[in-house]
Write a protein of this length. Structure first.
Length: 146
């Protein structure tokens, strides 16, 4: 319960523009969820922590964080969080220059979304693929993807 309260506090503070105190609450939430082994709470805490790393240009840490969310989301079996995790991981690979890894992650996520009829998620993944094609300099494929 305490970890959930920290997560809610993080959300409220971050939405109000207090990113520093929000991040502190996020870390407190993560520690609390780790203590009790709550995988959903871990994912909910780690997704924005990965984004924090990304904003600071800490791509190796962001990639490691999103790899952890992919693993945890896979255990949970919740499609939305798994795709969010995979998309975050691919985004960080793209930002760090790991385009081959980004393509691999997004193609796998796209295949899974299509197989499960997740049209909204499939559309989001296609936008991610278009961004990777654009970063690779293939504007024709980028335009054709979206």
């Amino acid at each position: 319960m305490r970890a959930s309260a920290h997560l809610a506090r993080d959300f409220a503070l971050t939405e109000q523009g207090d990113l520093v105190t929000g991040a502190e609450s996020r870390i407190a939430a993560l520690r609390g969820f780790e203590e009790v082994g709550d995988r959903w709470g871990l994912v909910m805490s780690l997704l924005p922590i990965g984004s924090d790393h990304s904003l600071r240009g800490e791509y190796a840490q962001a990639i490691a964080t999103f790899e952890r969310t992919v693993a945890l989301s896979s255990e949970l079996g919740t499609e939305d969080y798994l795709y969010l995790s995979k998309a975050g991981l691919a985004r960080e690979r793209r930002r760090s220059g790991g385009l081959a890894g980004a393509f691999r992650d997004l193609h796998a996520a796209h295949r899974q979304a299509r197989e499960q009829g997740q049209l909204r998620l499939e559309a989001n993944i296609l936008v991610g693929l278009a961004n990777v094609h654009r970063r690779a300099g293939d504007l024709t494929r980028s335009d054709a993807t979206t």
